[in-house]
Design a protein around this ligand. Structure first.
Ligand SMILES: Nc1ncnc2c1ncn2[C@@H]1O[C@H](COP(=O)(O)OP(=O)(O)O)[C@@H](O)[C@H]1O
Ligand SMILES: [Mg+2]
Length: 299
């Protein structure tokens, strides 16, 4: 019989990046970079939650920063939409209009990877986000089409903060962040994820997980969901103090919905823990799977 703690450990490892996935991500990076090199003078690197090990499964929207060289500087003088359009057109020429999408700060390339009902992809990456970036005083400037400005960011600072939080939490912080993001992606929430962007989960977790790891995943979850619910209406600035507030991605109604779904998750966690207390282990496993989704194991 699978104990709840072992189920969480299995769940955690299922959300970890493995070697085959890293190989696929690296191959896709090379493929996209080689195509981008035909038009843009840049150097590129995998970054964002993928590089911090805080991305959940399936692997979607892996960020690739294209650090543009001095010879591309004209783009920086123009509206953010200009470089995004240029990225879009060049990527669509290879991957087609159907597979390429313009987002506010990047261009997404979808590789047509099939995600099965258990959220498995045969170790393949679903999509990448190509982000144009200009170096600026030790940071980067990236286009934000919705704001109509270039915003500052520093992925190295985000990485350092994640490492520090992970260490302060007995190396369980990143696993918990991946689990929370997996809950956020659960299909039962419909087309709109409760928390958007998912980076907000990570930013909130920097503050909301404190006092150290208490030794049990179920207990951690039982307290995290209501804590997030309590604090979802707060302003959450960029942890590096450079970009716009990360909490600007949701309006009041969306935050209210997130709050309700987080409270709901807290209640589901209580019920799952109660099942164990009453000797109903199978029901407890089912309750956690219902809460998180198919990667939470039943056996
Ligand atoms: N509001 C912001 N200000 C500054 N940097 C940001 C902001 N939002 C996101 N970033 C940075 O850009 C990266 C890519 O953003 P995104 O794809 O939304 O997040 P993630 O990598 O968590 O999926 C983030 O990992 C973070 O380093
Ligand atoms: Mg992204």
């Amino acid at each position: 019989m699978l104990t709840i703690e072992d189920a969480f450990k299995k769940f955690k490892s299922r959300l970890e990046l493995n070697e085959k996935e890293e190989e696929n991500a690296s191959a896709r990076h090379t493929e996209v970079r080689e195509h981008m090199d035909k038009k843009f003078n840049s150097r590129s690197f995998l970054t964002g939650s993928y590089a911090r090990w805080t991305k959940t499964k399936p692997l979607k929207d892996i960020d690739i920063f294209f650090e543009l060289k001095e010879s591309e500087k004209d783009y920086r003088k123009k509206d953010p939409s200009v470089i995004l359009d240029a990225f879009y057109n060049h990527l669509a020429a290879k991957y087609t209009d159907k597979a390429v999408k313009k987002d506010g700060r990047c261009v997404t390339v979808d590789f047509g990877t099939v995600v099965d009902e258990d959220d498995n992809t045969n170790y393949k990456v679903v999509s990448i986000d190509a982000v144009p970036a200009f170096p600026c005083d030790g940071n980067y400037e990236i286009p934000d089409e919705d704001l109509g400005i270039w915003i500052k960011t520093n992925p190295d600072v985000h990485k350092e903060k994640a490492i520090a939080a992970h260490q302060a939490y007995s190396s369980e912080w990143k696993g918990i962040v991946r689990m929370l993001k997996y809950w956020n992606n659960n299909k039962k929430h419909g087309d709109e994820r409760p928390i958007n962007p998912s980076f907000l989960i990570e930013v909130m977790a920097l503050d909301c997980l404190y006092g150290g790891w208490q030794g049990q995943f179920d207990r951690e979850m039982q307290s995290i969901f209501p804590t997030f619910a309590d604090r979802i209406f707060e302003d959450w600035p960029d942890p590096a103090g450079l970009g716009p507030p990360v909490s600007d991605g949701m309006d009041r109604a969306q935050k209210q919905r997130a709050k309700e779904l987080l409270l709901e998750a807290g209640k589901e966690a209580n019920a799952a823990i109660d099942h164990v207390r009453k000797g109903r282990n199978v029901e407890a496993l089912k309750a956690w799977r219902e809460l998180f989704g198919p990667k939470f194991p039943l056996s």
